[in-house]
Structure formats: structure tokens, C-alpha cells
Design a protein around this ligand. Structure first.
Ligand SMILES: Nc1ncnc2c1ncn2[C@@H]1O[C@H](COP(=O)(O)OP(=O)(O)OP(=O)(O)O)[C@@H](O)[C@H]1O
Ligand SMILES: [Mg+2]
Length: 216
């Protein structure tokens, strides 16, 4: 059995009210997992906890066999730059720049190359010279997927990456994400409201009544 990329134990967090408590979760290389649950149940918060952005009130996050929140700021910065890829619920592309320049920002920081094959698979190769503001919502979403995968992360956190997409394009993005983890041994943690996307993951969890349960 391979070593998990991520292991979270006994995670609890609250903002104004308790969101969840005692969450246990782990993700293996090449594994895909999905978290579903009602709006406001805390899925994005949990993803932020697993991906360096929010230290939980209690519990431990072990990322790549190190206690995440006991590491220095520089180490966490390096994790964000080189090791983890995050596709946020609202994508943060630079509007005044072209699609290509947006992807280049990521590859310059991580020292990787943009692969034509990836842009072709995502069906955005022909729009890469256009400004982000001139692209459709779904094209922008696919540029943000290209940007994240071009970094060659060891783990991908994707918060509703297919939210703005028609069924066919959503399938295509999911194909690209699943191919990437099979080829590279990276892990994928997805949050989605889309049943068809959820069904394609190796493991499925539901955040409900403040607990994370595995569902079949
Ligand atoms: N930084 C914050 N400060 C205070 N409250 C917050 C913060 N972030 C999230 N919350 C609250 O925590 C709850 C869970 O939010 P979260 O974004 O994790 O839900 P979600 O399950 O991702 O919902 P959705 O499906 O709508 O994206 C919400 O009630 C939200 O208002
Ligand atoms: Mg959310």
C-alpha cells in the first residue's frame, strides 16, 4: 500500500457556528475523491483546510508526510508554488492578460513547460492568444484548469471545476483531470454538485450534519 499524499485526522472547524467536527480523510497517489453536500455545509472550507489556506481549530493535516500547519511560511509558500494545484470555485485569472500569459504566470513560477497536448485536450489551444475578458465563462474555466495542471502538481484540489460547463465540456475537463492523476500519480480531491462527475471518482464523501461520511 502506498503512502497517502494527504491524511487529515480529527479536523474540526467553526466560523460563527460549528461547521464540522472530527473529520478524517486520506488520499492516495493516483486516487480521486469527491466531497458532496448542501451549499453552506463547509465543503470549500474543508478544501481550504487541506490545501494550506485555513488552519483548522483542531485536528491535524499531514501533507506529503509532514505536519502542514507546523511548517514555516516559506515552506508553505513552496508547497503552494510547486506541489499543490488549486482550482478555485471562482477562478482568479488576470483579466487584462491573454489566456497564454495567464498559464505562463504559473509555469514561470514553477519552472515547468506548457504542453500543447493539454491545451488541445481542453479545446482551448486556438483561444490562447485572446484576452481573458474575450473568452466565455467555460473557456475561462478551462484556462484555469490548464494553468493548474501546467504546474505539474502532486495533488489537485478542485472546487466545482465544471460548474459553468455543459455536460459534454464537463466530461472533457473530468477526463483531463483523471488522465492527469493516472499518468503522474498525483491525487485529486474534487468538490461538486454534479452527480455524474462524483460517480467517476474512486471515493465519495458527503458532508452532512457536521460530519464527513463515506458514501458508496
Ligand atoms: N472566512 C469566513 N468567515 C466566516 N464565515 C465563513 C468564512 N468562510 C465560510 N464561512 C461560512 O461557512 C459556511 C460554509 O461555507 P463554505 O464556503 O465552506 O460552504 P460550501 O459547502 O462550500 O458551500 P457551496 O456549495 O455554496 O460552495 C457558510 O455559512 C459560510 O458563510
Ligand atoms: Mg463552496
Amino acid at each position: 500500500m502506498s503512502t497517502p499524499l494527504l491524511t487529515a485526522t480529527g479536523i474540526s472547524h467553526s466560523f460563527d457556528t460549528d461547521l464540522f467536527s472530527n473529520v478524517d480523510f486520506s488520499l492516495l497517489p493516483s486516487q480521486s475523491a469527491v466531497i458532496v453536500g448542501r451549499s453552506g455545509s463547509g465543503k470549500s472550507t474543508l478544501l481550504h483546510i487541506f490545501s494550506t489556506f485555513i488552519e483548522p481549530n483542531s485536528g491535524m493535516v499531514d501533507l506529503f508526510s509532514k505536519d502542514l500547519y507546523s511548517q514555516k511560511d516559506e515552506a508553505i509558500e513552496a508547497l503552494r508554488r510547486y506541489e499543490i494545484g488549486i482550482i478555485f470555485q471562482s477562478h482568479y485569472l488576470f483579466k487584462g492578460m491573454s489566456a497564454l500569459e495567464n498559464v505562463e504566470v504559473a509555469t514561470m513560477l514553477s519552472g515547468t513547460k506548457i504542453e500543447d497536448a493539454l491545451l488541445e485536450k481542453l479545446e482551448i489551444k486556438t483561444v490562447m492568444d485572446q484576452k481573458i475578458g474575450e473568452l466565455s465563462g467555460g473557456q475561462q474555466q478551462r484556462v484555469s484548469v490548464a494553468r493548474v495542471l501546467s504546474k505539474k502538481p502532486r495533488i489537485i484540489f478542485a472546487d466545482e471545476p465544471t460548474g459553468n460547463l455543459d455536460k459534454e465540456t464537463a466530461e472533457l475537463v473530468m477526463d483531463v483531470l483523471l488522465d492527469y492523476i493516472k499518468e503522474t500519480g498525483a491525487g485529486l480531491l474534487l468538490v461538486t454538485h454534479d452527480e455524474a462527475m462524483a460517480a467517476r471518482c474512486d471515493k465519495r464523501y458527503k458532508l452532512e450534519d457536521k460530519v464527513l461520511k463515506e458514501v458508496l
